[in-house]
Every structure is written in C-alpha cells, then in structure tokens.
Design a protein around this ligand. Structure first.
Ligand code: ADP
Ligand code: MG
Length: 297
C-alpha cells in the first residue's frame, strides 16, 4: 500500500518534469517547439483576422458605394418626378391658353360671319315677301339652319372658354350643375355660402375643372342617384366638396393605368398650395374635398 503510494509519487514527479520540461536539454528543446507551434498558430490566426478584416472592408466599401448609388438614383427619380409635375402644369396652362385662343377666333370669325349671313338671309326673306312662296320656304329653312349653327358655335365657345372667367364662380357652378343634372339625370344640390366669390382666374378655373372632373367621375363610376356639391369659404381658404351616394371605391381602384382624372385634380390643387382629400367606403359613396388657400391680403 505504502509502496504503491511512493511509486505513484514518483510518477507524479516524472510527469511534472515531462510537462514543465525543467532539467535536461531534451526538455528545453520541447519547450522551444511548443513556443514555435504557439507562435505559428498565432501568426495563422493573425493572418486570418487580417484577411477577414480586408474582406469586410471590401464589402463595406461596396455597400457604401451601393448606398451612394441608390441615393443618387432616388434623387434623380425625385427630380424627374418634379419635372414631370412641372411639365404637366405647364401643359395644362398651354391647353387652357389654346382653348381660349380657339374660342376667341370662333367667336370673332365664325360667330361674326354667321351673324352677317343671318342678316343677309333675313333681308332676302323680306325681299321675297309673299310673292315667291317657294323661295320664302327655302329662306326660312336656311334661317333655321343658321340659327342652329349659331347655337352650336356658342355652345362650343362656352365649352372651350370657361364661363367662369366671364360669369364668376357662383353663376358658373349653377350652370354646370344644372347642365350635369339635365344630361345625367342624377339629382344634384348646390350649396354656396355667399352669392359671389372673389377669386382670381387661376383658382376659379381650378375649381371649375375639379367640379367638372368630379361630376364626370360620378356619372362614369359611381352609379349614384344623388350628388351634393358645396362651395364655401372662410378668410383663408375656399372649399369645394362633391359628395355622391354611389358605390364608393377602394383606394387600389383609384390608381389605374391611364386614369389621370384624380391625379389631375391632385396636381391642380397642389400647384395652388391646397389640399385634396377623398373619403369613400364601399356602398357608401365618395366624397371629394378640395381646399385652396386664398392669397394673403
Ligand atoms: N365618384 C366615384 N365613385 C366610385 N369610384 C370612383 C369615383 N371617382 C373615381 N372613382 C374610381 O377612381 C378611378 C380613377 O378615377 P380617375 O382618375 O378620374 O380616372 P378615370 O375616370 O379615367 O377612370 C376610377 O376609374 C374609379 O374606379
Ligand atoms: Mg375620371
């Protein structure tokens, strides 16, 4: 038992020597080897870390370049959207100007000529008197044709040159709403909180076009039998609300390809610094509200 203890102590001492390599040359060279091994693996680890760091740097540089590229693309997109908006506004202004010009020419040339022709034919009718019943009949029919042509030209002129520029906002709205009611058979109410609105041409024209597009949408999409239109204002804003009792729509329906009515309204309102809101629920109609700020006095 004792022996075995001694023997086991001896072994422990040997083990200590072997492990810690203290006394002879062999042990010393073992230590060097281990140190070299340790240095080798440290160098290896260092290399790996350096390689990995370099790779991470590369990835980082690539990501930074990608982010910068995306930012540039985003800015370019925003710029081109802004340009498109300005182009749309500019095109709209040109169209309005062109319509006014055509209306003026129709009025000054065709309109005046038709009036002159009517007077001439009237004189012929008088000259023919009762002596030439055949001629009188033909002249009467020519007069009727001329009258209906005059009426048509007037209506074309009215459609081209917005009446709002001549008649004012309230009268134009009344006329538009009545016309819409007659054409569509949809019952309309128009409420205004004053007899006349003092607004500049740009705002008057924008409100008229918004009303026209909203009513066209009601006739085309809403399947409504009633529309309530409200035009009111305070010292800072003018408000136009068009509310129908039709099918309503979902937001996704409004962004259709080739559907530019609501976008056009939005652009007109934004161009004048205003706001557009659309409230709708399936089966409960659609209410469009546009508010336009008035110029500061
Ligand atoms: N009053 C409305 N009631 C129901 N849906 C409507 C109404 N107004 C607009 N919409 C929906 O919004 C869409 C986009 O309208 P709009 O931009 O004017 O284009 P468009 O009339 O040419 O289709 C319509 O196609 C329709 O689905
Ligand atoms: Mg439309």
């Amino acid at each position: 038992m004792v022996h075995s203890v001694i023997s086991s102590q001896k072994t422990a001492a040997q083990c200590y020597e072997a492990d810690n390599v203290v006394c002879d040359g062999t042990a010393h060279s073992g230590k060097k080897e281990i140190t070299a091994q340790r240095d080798g693996s440290e160098a290896e680890t260092g290399k790996q870390v350096r390689e990995r760091t370099a790779r991470l740097r590369q990835i980082n540089a690539r990501l930074t370049a990608e982010i910068a590229e995306r930012r540039r693309a985003e800015q370019a997109l925003q710029q081109s959207q802004q340009l498109l908006r300005e182009l749309g506004r500019h095109t709209g202004e040109i169209i309005e100007e062109e319509r006014k010009r055509i209306a003026r020419e129709l009025h000054d040339q065709l309109g005046q000529n038709l009036m002159a022709l009517r007077i001439d034919v009237l004189m012929m009718q008088r000259a023919a008197g009762d002596d030439h019943p055949g001629v009188a009949e033909t002249v009467r029919s020519a007069l009727n044709n001329i009258d209906s042509m005059i009426k048509n030209v007037r209506s074309i002129i009215n459609n081209l040159r917005p009446a709002v520029l001549d008649l004012g906002l309230s009268a134009t709205f009344e006329w538009e709403v009545k016309e819409f009611e007659r054409r569509s058979g949809i019952a309309c109410t128009l409420t205004t909180d004053r007899s006349e609105f003092q607004v500049d041409d740009a705002r008057a024209l924008a409100l008229l076009r918004i009303l026209q597009e909203s009513l066209t949408n009601v006739a085309r999409h809403a399947n409504a039998d009633r529309v309530d239109i409200r035009l009111h204002g305070d010292r800072r804003y003018l408000y136009l609300q068009v509310a129908d009792n039709g099918v309503g729509d979902f937001p996704s329906c409004r962004r259709k390809a080739n559907a530019f009515g609501l976008i056009g309204i939005q652009e007109r309102v934004s161009a004048l610094g205003g706001n557009l809101s659309i409230a709708t629920e399936k089966g409960k109609g659609l209410t469009l509200t546009a508010s336009l700020p008035l110029p500061v006095e």
